[in-house]
Design a binder for this molecule. Structure first.
Ligand code: PEP
Length: 254
């Protein structure tokens, strides 16, 4: 059975004060959810040490929003997977559409990040998804297959035993336009079917999160879908009551 995972992606948000309040408020809901669902927050690198200290003694997990392909060296501004592990990160998001777009990260480069994260003990959360124009042109699975194939080619299908996939239609991120549960389920099912062509067991076992304006209102119906194993949540993860309601929706459907 796949244990649901609810993960916050804070993006470029937070202050020492807000991070303290948010993590403190999420510890009890994460503990309560723990038998049935996992809860994690992915923070800007500068706050990860704080999150590590604040989350001590609870079931709340944390991760990074990205990670570099190198473990150390002359790569100004980057964060190495080794450093992220040292600060207790469990997860590293790789290939978020904002990074693919603003930082021109190719499928092959994202695959290298996925590989570096995994090689250093992090669980990569591989984001995949199509733009609005690609959605309209019915190219969703062409795009996603290419994103997945780059990882399969570099790391192998078995690597998905220690990874998470997040389907994030770009047209739904931060726009308030959530994919309907039917659209999301159909893409999640297609992702699993694609992976099953390489290894049916791995395809059944991998958690596929939905992301894109997932909130307290939309989460319950999304999480009822058989191939949706939780959510990657941006905006709504910054408010403890909203994120808590999303955690509860995951628990209710676990
Ligand atoms: C995200 O950026 O991963 C995301 C899902 O954002 P939002 O929930 O704000 O659409």
């Amino acid at each position: 059975m796949r244990k649901p995972l609810v993960m916050g992606n804070w993006k470029l948000n937070g202050t020492k004060e807000s991070v303290t309040a948010l993590v403190t408020a999420l510890k009890a809901p994460a503990d309560k959810a723990a038998p049935k669902a996992e809860v994690a927050v992915c923070a800007p690198a500068v706050f990860i040490g704080m999150v590590e200290q604040l989350a001590q003694g609870s079931q709340l997990q944390w991760g990074s929003e990205d990670c570099d392909i190198h473990t150390q060296g002359a790569y100004t501004g980057e964060n190495s997977p080794v450093m992220l592990r040292e600060f207790g990160c469990t997860y590293a998001i790789v290939g978020h559409s904002e990074r693919r777009d603003y930082h021109k990260e190719s499928n092959e480069y994202v695959a290298q990040k996925y590989q570096a994260a995994q090689a250093n003990g992090l669980i990569p959360v591989l984001c995949v998804g199509e733009s609005e124009a690609q959605f309209e042109a019915k190219q969703t699975m062409d795009v996603i297959r290419a994103e997945l194939k780059a990882v399969i080619d570099l790391c192998g299908i078995k690597s998905f035993e220690k990874a998470v996939i997040a389907y994030e239609p770009i047209w739904a991120i931060g726009t308030g336009k959530t994919a309907t549960p039917e659209i999301a389920q159909s893409v999640h099912q297609d992702i699993r079917a694609y992976l099953a062509q390489f290894d049916a067991e791995v395809a059944q076992g991998v958690r596929i999160l939905y992301g894109g304006s997932c909130n307290a209102k939309t989460a319950p119906d999304l999480f009822k879908q058989p191939d949706i194993d939780g959510g990657l949540v941006g905006g709504a993860s910054l408010k403890a009551p909203d994120f808590t309601a999303i955690i509860e929706a995951a628990v209710a459907n676990a």
